[in-house]
Design a protein around this ligand. Structure first.
Ligand code: GLN
Length: 456
């Protein structure tokens, strides 16, 4: 109830949610009844979970932040949502996002702009800005987001919460509206690594409804860390940490760089061996990502034709029906991506753009693999700056894209990464939060270590 009160008081200022459930109290009472009758309730019993609105929920609208799906109510729950509900979690509402996940601020939502709880004149990041703001403002305990190129990690950094992008394939994508299928993953937000780990455990695992979901066993991320002795003076002795040099170069806010370096020295004090490493292909990731993500999205979004889902333009002739429904339904950023993607995939340009971007992707994947053979975790900022003002980059798509430099490589390589708050830079009312990104090897979410770092 305290979360619901918080939600009621803060939501008019933040606008994190596109839809708030009216069944929360009733579901909570139902759980209370079960507990009173000594019936079994799941480990998430009564935990309020926010769900990004590009993740399907059967009893609430799911718009993906797009007019094309205004009013759409899916006839099914996404697998991640089903699992949360089965274990007693309560979906408190659907959170705001950039349309279909395309953006870095939530300003590309067709419905509203979410404010950053640390300073409401600033963006919460994106595209999962609503989910990050909701956890940051304690409107819910944990939340789900999606991360195609950084959409969980960058908003976690901007809003001062923990954000986790799992390994590609760790969590079923069934019910996640596809943006770029080879990069998309559902991720988690929480106010501690342990909370985030519990949520990850719940939603992970093979799903026959998603052929790319992995059959690997799901470890108990949150309880694994018991083996680390937090009372020792160097509890993280032996942990090899690689600090990625290219992420601390010019173009990155000096306040951010000093916080990351400060965190690295702290890791050293805790016993880690920290070395600065070079990933020469790092800067190639950004252009490759935008070619690949746009290409895949231009294909994925062809399903919104005004016939199968959502809104339909009032015309009789079939081609105009497609054209009008899409022209009215999609916002400018989505149209830009469809145009870029269609161009990159067209016969005359395929080799120059799409094929080349795939080659770069292989290069990026290999360089991360080599770096992670030498190190247990790679470290970088989660974004080149703290949260900026609403409107500041809205009309400059290239500046907006450039802000994704820290995160996109991790998606190209399919790796897990966690963002943890590591301090504040000047700005806003009383400082703005900054997150450190920690990248692990595939299927090694290294949460054991990260939980320890969180506690230390
Ligand atoms: N900002 C990036 C983009 O617009 C990443 C988005 C995401 O991860 N969904 O593509």
């Amino acid at each position: 109830e305290s979360y619901l009160t918080r939600l009621r008081l803060t939501e008019p200022h933040l606008k994190s949610f596109l839809h708030v459930s009216d069944a929360v109290s009733q579901q909570a009472h139902c759980l209370d009844g079960k507990i009173a009758r000594n019936e079994e309730v799941g480990p998430l019993a009564g935990v309020l979970v926010g769900v990004k609105d590009n993740i399907c929920t059967v009893d609430m609208p799911s718009t993906g932040g797009s007019r094309v799906l205004d009013g759409y109510r899916p006839p099914f729950d996404a697998t991640a949502v089903r699992k949360i509900k089965e274990l007693g979690g309560i979906v408190v509402g659907k959170t705001n996002l950039d349309e279909f996940g395309m953006g870095s601020t939530t300003e590309a939502s067709a419905f509203q702009v979410t404010a950053n709880p640390w300073d409401v004149s600033r963006v919460p990041g994106g595209s999962s800005g609503g989910s990050a703001a909701a956890v940051s403002a304690r409107q819910c305990v944990v939340s789900l987001g999606s991360d195609t190129g950084g959409s969980v990690r960058q908003p976690a950094s901007f809003c001062g919460v923990v954000g986790l992008k799992p390994t590609y394939g760790r969590v079923s994508r069934y019910g996640l509206m596809a943006y770029a299928s080879s990069l998309d993953v559902i991720g988690c937000f929480g106010s501690s690594v342990a909370d985030t780990g519990i949520l990850l455990r719940v939603i992970s695992g093979h799903d026959r409804l998603d052929a790319t979901s992995s059959k690997r066993e799901v470890p108990d991320f949150a309880s694994q860390f018991a083996s680390i002795n937090l009372l020792e003076s160097k509890p993280l002795k032996g942990l090899r940490v690689g600090l990625i040099r290219q992420t601390l170069d010019d173009g990155v806010d000096s306040g951010v760089v000093s916080l990351i370096r400060g965190a690295a020295s702290h890791l050293e004090e805790l016993g880690c061996s920290v070395t600065e490493i070079s990933l020469p292909s790092f800067s190639l990731g950004l252009p490759a990502y935008y070619v690949l993500a746009s290409s895949e999205s231009s294909s994925n979004l062809s399903r919104y034709d005004g016939v199968r889902y959502g809104n339909q333009a009032a015309v009789d002739e079939l081609n105009s029906l497609y054209g009008d429904s899409r022209a009215k339904g999609f916002g400018p950023e989505v149209k830009r991506r469809i145009l870029m993607g269609t161009y990159a995939l067209s016969a005359g340009y395929y080799d120059a753009y799409y094929k080349r971007a795939q080659q770069v992707r292989t290069l990026v994947r290999k360089s991360f693999k080599a770096a992670l053979d030498q190190n247990d975790i790679l470290v970088s900022p989660a974004a080149p700056s703290a949260a900026y003002k609403i409107g500041e980059k809205k009309d400059d798509p290239l500046a907006m894209y450039a802000g994704d430099i820290m995160t996109v490589n991790v998606n190209l390589a399919g790796l897990p990464a966690l963002v943890l708050p590591c301090g504040f830079v000047e700005g806003g009312v009383a400082g703005l939060p900054v997150g450190i990104q920690m990248i692990g090897a595939a299927f090694d979410e290294v949460l054991k270590i990260l939980i320890a770092i969180d506690i230390l």
